[in-house]
Write a new protein. Structure first.
Length: 305
């Protein structure tokens, strides 16, 4: 009996040792606010990352909601100059992380600045495939943040909630028998026209095809665009209890067409990834996220028809 109990304890110990959630969480002392999101942006840029956008959120919070719980709250979107290109060329749906997001925040009264970013495991879970580039980008990200954040502590969340739906939302628009350039214009016009009425904001646009083909590079795509999409009410509401969920914001929408395919693909990380990785289980947070998912799906459904 004792042997059975011992082996059971050993098995549970190994499981606990390897249990891991989906978010990196960094924290550094910042009582006087000397460590800023701009410092983090410049540090990443100096270490092989391209900055797609850096959105300061406390001012928009104050304008729309009359308050902000944070002295600093920035949504930084980045991609790696080399590894992201390799990723997308070999796995087209990897573009949902080109750019990827970092949440940078410091709550009023908190003496520490925090940074949240997805682990490579979390990215692979959402994308639905494994690729060495996820790990390579993660390694460089962690090394860079360790270097530029003084007295930093680094942890990885230990758990995540079971997913309530597909972590990658994907729509396809057929271009069979049609001029793809015209269809591209129609699809992207439908997306852009549908975002604002649904309460979404386009914070950044990346013509990634231009990046792939710059300086004589080759691309397996006819085009590859990514949109950084925000919904202010979602970020504001969820951040009240789970500011680490900012690792998912803005959400990246990929829109691409492979040269050998007669279809335009659209996709983004579902809000089920937010709910799972950040363990969002309060009623208000779940409600705004699920409504955003419904609204975003409606926009893409219209564009795919």
């Amino acid at each position: 009996m004792k042997k059975i109990a011992f082996y059971l304890w050993m098995i549970l110990g190994v499981v606990a040792l390897h249990a891991q959630g989906d978010l990196h969480e960094f924290s550094c002392p910042n009582p006087e606010g000397k460590v800023t999101p701009t410092m983090i942006e410049k540090g990443l840029e100096a270490n092989g990352f391209v900055i797609a956008g850096n959105s300061e959120m406390t001012h928009p919070f104050q304008i729309q909601f009359g308050e902000s719980d944070f002295s600093a709250f920035n949504l930084l979107t980045v991609y790696h100059a080399k590894h992201s290109a390799t990723l997308v060329k070999s796995h087209a749906d990897g573009g949902i992380f080109v750019p990827m997001s970092l949440g940078i925040y410091q709550r009023k009264g908190d003496k520490n600045l925090h940074v949240a970013v997805l682990t490579s495991q979390g990215q692979e879970k959402i994308a639905g495939f494994k690729a060495p580039e996820f790990g390579a980008i993660e390694k460089l990200m962690v090394a860079t943040l360790t270097k530029i954040l003084p007295q930093m502590t680094h942890t990885i969340t230990k758990t995540s909630l079971p997913a309530q739906g597909k972590l990658l939302t994907r729509f396809v628009h057929s271009t069979e028998g049609q001029a793809w350039k015209k269809e591209k214009e129609n699809v992207e016009m439908m997306i852009e026209d549908g975002l604002k009425p649904a309460g979404f904001t386009l914070s950044n646009f990346t013509d990634y095809q231009f990046v792939l083909t710059d300086k004589g590079g080759t691309s397996p795509f006819d085009f590859y665009d990514t949109y950084s999409i925000c919904k202010l009410k979602v970020i504001y509401t969820v951040a009240k209890t789970h500011p680490e969920a900012s690792a998912f914001a803005p959400c990246t929408l990929m829109v691409y067409k492979k040269k050998d395919a007669n279809e335009i693909v659209m996709g983004f990380p579902s809000v089920y990834s937010w709910l799972s990785a950040a363990e969002v289980n309060d009623a208000e947070g779940k409600a705004v996220l699920l409504q955003a998912q419904k609204d975003f799906e409606a926009v893409l459904q219209g564009a795919s028809e």
